[in-house]
Design a protein around this ligand. Structure first.
Ligand code: AHM
Ligand code: MG
Length: 343
């Protein structure tokens, strides 16, 4: 019998967070607690997604023994799980979710220092086909002035640029659940859910984007709506100058999955603003900014459709949208260069 090489010194997310906290002697532990609640939300959503797939399969096989249970749509379940986890952490005062028109304010926790933005299940139109979806999140710290029982907070307190995020990340529910998290000014770390242990394990420490890679990821079906510079840019990837190799196209249609692949392999992911969606499709607060922070901290770049740094954009409303180009440094720079040539 061959001897298995078993690594017994694994770094779980819990251990990682504890070690991070000890690096900051001023830390109160609030942030760590908030992350534990986030971790629970991801585990729960992963569980419901797997269970839903099974229920759908039964349905497809033509079985009629439905229980009549009111099966809540996964978007709603994901949103409810996330809200409960954030409320339960006792460390969140303000929450913005893609699924909620208004910001949610937890006045029962007037001293909670954090504001969280999230898309609980991004890419949910892909769910029935078993394609990977994900949860995107960002964490802001509220200013001291708004803390306390007789202070009010409102959605305005979260209309900040991505440069003010203290942490951001996403979890992709794929063949396994993958959690990617980064803190302000820190590195990007990737964890894989080990289902039998029920733990996220550090499998991708200090993720770094390759500086370039010939892969583009965009919904090319929108190209008739694109601006000239966007068409020019993608044309240049497909029809390189003599001797050059054309780029590969990869588009899942699930931002978290497309972004995760781009983070690992390099290349560019884009959802440009266009004539159909002049402000873009993806949301600044809880889709674009958290991703931009991850990409910058992993050595990449992230800009909007005006070639401006995405992290500097301050939204006017919580659900504002933006065009987005994120990926390897050289690839995004190429897009910026084409933009500049046109303007
Ligand atoms: P959603 O938040 O309604 O799920 O929409 C966001 C999704 C992203 O995951 C993905 O990048 C994009 O929409 C795909 O859009 P399209 O189908 O237009 O290509
Ligand atoms: Mg979304």
């Amino acid at each position: 019998v061959g001897q298995e090489n078993i690594n017994t010194d694994i770094i779980t997310l819990t251990r990682f967070l504890t070690e991070e906290q000890t690096k900051h002697p001023e830390a109160t532990g609030d942030f760590t607690l908030l992350c534990h609640s986030l971790q629970f939300a991801f585990k729960s959503i992963a569980y419901y997604i797997r269970r839903a797939t099974l229920i759908n399969l039964t349905g497809l096989a033509g079985s009629s023994n439905t229980t009549g249970d009111d099966q809540k749509k996964l978007d709603v379940i994901g949103n409810d799980v996330f809200i409960s986890a954030m409320k339960g952490s006792g460390r969140v005062r303000l929450l913005v979710s893609e699924e909620e028109d208004q910001a949610i304010i937890f006045d029962e926790h007037p001293n909670a220092r954090y504001a969280v933005v999230c898309d609980p299940i991004d890419g949910s139109s892909n769910l029935d086909a078993g394609v990977s979806v994900g949860t995107i999140f960002g964490i802001f710290q509220l200013p001291d002035e708004v803390l306390g029982p007789n202070k009010t907070v409102s959605a305005k307190d979260i209309l900040r640029s991505g440069t003010e995020l203290v942490a951001s990340g996403f979890t992709m529910y794929g063949a396994s659940a993958q959690l990617v998290i980064t803190m302000r000014g820190g590195s990007v770390n990737g964890f894989t859910m080990e289902n039998s242990l029920g733990e996220f394990i550090l499998t991708h420490p200090n993720m770094q984007l390759p500086p370039k890679r010939a892969i583009y990821s965009v919904n090319e079906g929108n190209s008739v709506y694109w601006d000239d510079w966007v068409n020019d840019y993608f044309h240049s990837l497909k029809f390189p100058e003599e001797g050059g190799k054309p780029y590969s196209a990869r588009y899942i249609g699930s931002m978290v999955a497309d972004a995760y692949r781009t983070l690992l392999y390099g290349g560019i992911f884009a959802y440009p603003a266009d004539k159909k969606s002049p402000k873009g499709k993806l949301r600044i607060l809880y889709e674009c900014a958290p991703m931009a922070m991850i990409f910058e901290n992993a050595g990449g770049l992230a800009v909007n459709s005006r070639a401006e740094r995405l992290l500097s954009v301050v939204p006017e409303h919580i659900h504002d949208r933006s065009g987005v180009f994120l990926g390897s440094k050289d690839e995004v720079q190429k897009a910026i260069d084409v933009y500049n040539k046109h303007h």
